[in-house]
Design a protein around this ligand. Structure first.
Ligand code: ZN
Length: 526
């Protein structure tokens, strides 16, 4: 049986199953980070909230073991019988610059304590603009992989290959290529924590895509230290499957109360805008002044993370992850900047996007015109259709109901007989596509909603698509029938300046009148 299986995809996101020694995890999943010896929230409580996997630090356990001589079993230690992932001490390396262990020792130790998912001793790049320093961490991480590799198997532990390089995409690429050669069970993208803290999400997007393009599709990708309600949907959409985070407790310690879109300072809140057990059972004052303040906020934060994960999964299930991520990213300008980058990566994102979906496509904001489904369907028209007709009747309306267009063609057939074969009827569904009538009742041309009038960037892209369409099929004359009540005025402006091809723009709703125009256009000479 494969270790990892993918059941459903949307954009680069996937819902999958990861098999570990202590049970199967549905991905995307978050592993809350737990201190091995000092827990504010017990793993059992995490299970109740919906987390069936946690992460702890094997290096801290190793240090204790060296001092006391104790032998540890990580499941007994945490009192948790489900999946446990162990980190290797890389975090300490990042924080303190050194650790008292070796790559060989730490993986042997992770095996001995019965970890389900282990990580080799990588050297985190962290956030640095110093290329030489970044290069060094890549070199050390690859060296650790080389040294550990013979100690990893055979064992029941799933091993993680960490990928370092920070914001230097070529280093990340190189590190990914080398790591893949070791054939780890899963891979992890290292040390974006500082970037995340600064909301430097654009770099995170670039980093994830760089790595994902190289990793094999059948391996899960873990994103280290990303436990923020805005980052999770963004990273999932780009193809991250697993997350770990101590954010729930770190935030709680400084009074940061998570919401769906970010955090609020508990001392500044008047209400608790949440319905979890904690928030429905306490007033904001009770939480604020409680002797268990940190614990209560942490429990609430975990609830928010769990809810976030469920919402993301439902969005993948529904095929509306694009809409979901778009709404989330509006919460912070830097998240929105990151979302805008999806345009550059639409080909990559399109690979996992189903061609047919249950729900219609929404076009609300500028980036929406680059959603992979729109690209897909327009490309299919250009690549697969053969149209050898001289006259184009382009129909513009604000509705996704194409009944009028069908009626118009029927009337034209009745009146012009075989000569109608020289006329192509199309719906101008800007900015998505120009859809020939033959495909208008096929998804997504019958299931979409567009916010009109189009903004400037959408208008520009619409014109680009229109030009491509006209060029591809070589129409001699175009009759534009506009029933959009001025909503496509900015597109019409372009038509008005294209006298060489656009014969007429007609606003009349009377079919008879439109048929007359078609006749004038030259159906007679067909
Ligand atoms: Zn709550």
């Amino acid at each position: 049986m494969p270790i990892f299986e993918v059941r459903k995809t949307d954009l680069a996101a996937r819902i999958g199953r990861l098999r570990t020694k202590h049970g199967t995890i549905e991905t995307p999943a978050i592993f809350p980070v737990i201190h091995p010896f000092n827990q504010t929230i017990e793993p059992k409580e995490m299970l109740d909230i919906g987390f069936n996997a946690v992460m702890t630090n094997s290096y801290m356990i190793l240090k204790r073991s060296k001092v006391t001589g104790e032998k540890f079993d990580v499941h007994k230690l945490l009192g948790f019988e489900n999946t446990i992932m162990t980190d290797s001490g890389a975090y300490q390396l990042l924080e303190y610059g050194s650790v008292e262990t070796t790559p060989e020792e730490i993986v042997e130790f992770e095996k001995s304590i019965g970890s389900d998912i282990g990580v080799i001793l990588d050297t985190p790049t962290g956030f640095t603009r110093n290329r030489r320093k970044a290069e060094e961490t890549v070199y050390k991480t690859l060296d650790a992989a080389k040294r550990s590799i013979n100690y990893l198997r055979p064992s029941e532990v799933l091993w993680t290959g960490p990928i370092q390089g920070g914001i230097f995409l070529d280093l990340l690429e190189k590190c990914s290529r080398e790591m893949v050669k070791f054939d780890f069970d899963l891979y992890a993208l290292g040390s974006p924590t500082q970037l995340l803290e600064q909301y430097n999400l654009e770099n995170i997007v670039k980093m994830i895509v760089t790595v994902k393009r190289i990793l094999p599709l059948d391996k899960p990708l873990h994103l280290f230290g990303a436990g923020h309600p805005l980052t999770i949907p963004l990273a999932v959409a780009l193809g991250c499957d697993l997350f770990d985070s101590a954010s729930y407790i770190l935030y709680a310690k400084r009074g940061a109360y998570m919401t769906e879109y970010g955090t609020e300072n508990i001392d500044e809140l008047k209400y608790l805008p949440c319905e979890c057990k904690i928030c429905s059972g306490h007033s904001v004052k009770e939480v604020r002044e409680s002797s268990e303040r940190i614990r209560l906020i942490a429990l609430h934060n975990l609830h928010i993370l769990s809810k976030e994960l469920k919402s993301v999964k439902q969005a993948i299930e529904d095929g509306c992850l694009w809409e979901y991520v778009s709404v989330k990213c509006k919460a912070h300008p830097r998240a929105w900047s990151a979302f805008k980058l999806f345009k550059e990566y639409r080909k990559y994102l399109g690979e996992g996007t189903p061609v047919f979906k249950q729900k219609g496509l929404f076009f609300c904001t500028t980036p929406d015109q680059y959603r992979p489904e729109a690209e897909h369907c327009f490309k299919r028209i250009l690549d697969n259709l053969e149209i050898n007709r001289n006259i184009l009747v382009l129909y513009l309306s604000t509705s996704n109901d194409h009944t009028y267009l069908y009626r118009l063609r029927k009337e034209a057939e009745r009146r012009f007989g075989v000569k109608v074969e020289n006329i192509q009827f199309c719906a101008g569904i800007f900015p998505m596509a120009i859809a020939p009538i033959e495909v208008c009742d096929i998804y997504p041309f019958s299931q979409y909603e567009i916010a009109l009038p189009l903004d400037e960037e959408m208008r520009r892209e619409s014109i680009i698509r229109l030009k491509k369409f006209l060029k591809r099929f070589g129409f001699k004359k175009v009759l534009v029938v506009d029933h959009s009540n001025g909503k496509y005025e900015n597109i019409l402006k372009w038509f008005r300046n294209k006298k060489d091809i656009i014969s007429k723009i007609i606003f009349d709703r009377r079919m008879e009148r439109i048929l007359e125009e078609i006749e004038v256009l030259g159906v007679e000479g067909a």
